[in-house]
Write a protein that binds this ligand. Structure first.
Ligand code: PMP
Length: 369
């Protein structure tokens, strides 16, 4: 068996023990004579799989009692429409948006279809580069904003940021709340859920396979949906039916549940944060100590999960990628929007894989000096 060092941005690497367990259980899940994919979502066996996934995720993230965890479909971009349909209404029909990169732009553009949407801060340097997260003292909150939308980890630009408790309290005091796209760094470290009204994302980076979308929403926000909101995406319906209003992505939930259990068995999110910090430091130090590689993000906002970097001599890009592939590394080509390289170092990417990448980068630099 040959497994590569997988730096893909998503769908992305999964923990090997999880894949092995799925393989072992594929043909006969716990004596049922069928795989999880083949059984009724309403039967007791799958219901137990679902409950375990919910319970483990709630423990891992320390989700307070007054928040619901919902499993949906449609991805984070689906949620970009589902969120305004669930939250804009009454005398609060405007969403506020902080633009920190490509994904927050998409969120704002989608929200525009369902109400007014204001850009309250924008980190675009004028040439499409995003190298920092706009700090709240630059935000121009709208008069009666329904919510303030942020993307706490911009997967393409490699910009990461978390709001403070003080900021969350200030926004709540104005009758609004934070909505965060955490697609690409959820579960990378502990977070304080109570700072947010809604947290959402696609599963396919740090949780499991694509096809599963998670939403963590405060109870008091479940009953605001516009009448146009599809029933299957109306959070109240989904919550009241334990995410089984319609058929859920059963295989993806099963896999995600195994990932949650793997995280718990490996020390939970505190332990994950220590490893993730070590991985990120190793890679950023290698970039900063080199004359060939560069990362343009201000150090305070550098993502621990997605590390874009450029070769100062761009003519070497293809040679770098070819050499990486030959050395057993995949997924390093940067997003087409920004070019260069990107290493996504999610939870399932080990410190050893990052060591291997750094060793390759150093050897490549020596060979091309
Ligand atoms: N937001 C972020 C931060 C992402 O990284 C992505 C996917 N790369 C998306 C949204 C879109 O996710 P999906 O494909 O699940 O709609």
């Amino acid at each position: 068996m040959t497994r590569v060092h997988n730096f893909s941005a998503g769908p992305a690497a999964l923990p090997l023990p999880v894949l092995q367990q799925m393989q072992a259980e594929m043909l006969d899940f716990k004596g049922t004579g069928m795989s999880v994919m083949e059984m009724s979502h309403r039967g007791p066996v799958f219901m137990e799989v679902l409950k375990r996934a919910f319970d483990t995720l709630r423990r891992l993230l320390n989700v307070p009692e007054n928040y619901e965890i919902l499993f949906l479909q449609g991805g984070a971009q689906g949620e970009n429409a589902i969120i305004p349909m669930n939250l804009l209404g009454g005398d609060r029909t405007t969403s506020d948006h902080v633009i920190s990169g490509a994904w927050s732009i998409k969120t704002q553009k989608e929200a525009e279809k369902y109400g007014a949407s204001n850009i309250i801060a924008n980190a675009n340097d004028g040439e499409g580069r995003y190298t920092y997260f706009p700090e709240p003292d630059q935000w121009q909150l709208s008069e009666r904003s329904a919510y303030v939308s942020i993307c706490t980890n911009e997967t393409i630009h490699g910009v990461e940021w978390y709001p403070s408790a003080e900021l969350a309290a200030k926004i709540e005091a104005s009758g609004s709340f934070l909505v965060a796209d955490m697609s690409s760094h959820i579960l990378s470290r502990p977070i304080d859920i109570s700072r947010y009204g809604v947290i959402y994302g696609g599963a396919q980076k740090n949780i499991g396979p694509s096809g599963l979308t998670f939403v963590i929403v405060r109870n008091d926000l479940l009953d605001r949906a516009q009448s146009i909101c599809p029933s299957a995406f109306t959070w109240r319906n989904v919550a009241d039916n334990d995410s089984m209003f319609n058929t859920p992505p059963t295989m993806a939930i099963y896999c995600a549940g195994l990932v949650f259990e793997w995280l718990e068995a490996n020390g939970g999110l505190e332990a994950m944060a220590r490893v993730n910090d070590a991985k990120a430091k190793l890679l950023y130090d290698a970039i900063d100590n080199s004359t060939l590689y560069r990362n343009d993000v201000h150090p305070a906002y550098r993502s621990c999960m997605n590390v874009p970097f450029f070769l100062n001599d761009e003519s070497l890009n293809q040679a770098f990628l070819d050499g990486a592939a030959a050395a057993g590394m995949a997924g390093l080509k940067g997003h087409k929007m920004v070019g260069g390289m990107r290493a996504s170092i999610y939870n399932a990417v080990s410190l050893e894989s990052v060591h291997a990448l750094v060793a390759y980068m150093e050897a490549f630099e020596r060979d091309h000096a």
